[in-house]
Design a protein around this ligand. Sequence first.
Ligand code: ADP
Ligand code: MG
Length: 261
Amino acid sequence: MTTQTTTDRPIVLDLQDIHKNFGSLEVLKGVSLTAHDGDVISILGSSGSGKSTFLRCINLLEKPSQGRIFVGDDELLLTPKKGELVAKNPKQLEKLRSKIGFVFQNFNLWPHKTILQNIIEAPTQVLKIPKAEVIAQAERLLAKVGLSDKKDAYPDNLSGGQRQRVAIARALAMNPQVILFDEPTSALDPELVNEVLAVIKELADEGRTMLIVTHDMRFAKEVSNTVVFLHQGRIEEMGSPSEVFDNPKSERVREFMASHR
Ligand code: ADP
Ligand code: MG
């Protein structure tokens, strides 16, 4: 694996100078990050450093105040409105969003839909793929995450680890070019963490492009080729896992690593 500065792999996601204000609070102060095909980028930082806000700005779940967003060769067309940037073209936003999977801390499954219905919803409604095809793919994905027997169950009947594996299958069903994970194991009981991490590790081994916000240092070190450390809305340090974990330049990063072992 190589770090992102030394690769010819195509760019999947390019975030340029992303700023975000909540009122007078400047939460992101110009964050730039490029993900090439196959990159697994872990995003670390203290609570409140802007990790979730940054991920959410990528697909406009939060509207950035400034910055440019490229998904593959396409720039997301943005226009200013009341101090924020909004999508110029809702159709384009929908198209680009469909290429970006998002896995949340709290799963965000639809409680009144079965597991299978949760997975097939977006591919049938957004991508308009024929239902039979989507169901066949959903069944393959459920097998992949080890939940073939749960397709007719409801989210409430599943453990947190199982729900998160469904959420990952749901993201994969859109065949995304990149998957964003926001602390995918933070809401889980400790004994359920590994089953979710194992699935994410498998995706990394398959060459999936992923951005992963996590507090799990051991996992970040194992799975990622690039580590980003955010501090107060800026990138404090970025590099390979061995650079950032074993030999951080920033005293702040060193302290963070020491307190998270
Ligand atoms: P992290 O994910 O690194 O813990 P967040 O991105 O959630 O950090 O939050 C960064 C900062 O932005 C925090 O100070 C948080 O309180 C603030 N913030 C996040 N979302 C909102 C919001 N919707 N309105 C106002 N402030 C917010
Ligand atoms: Mg967060």
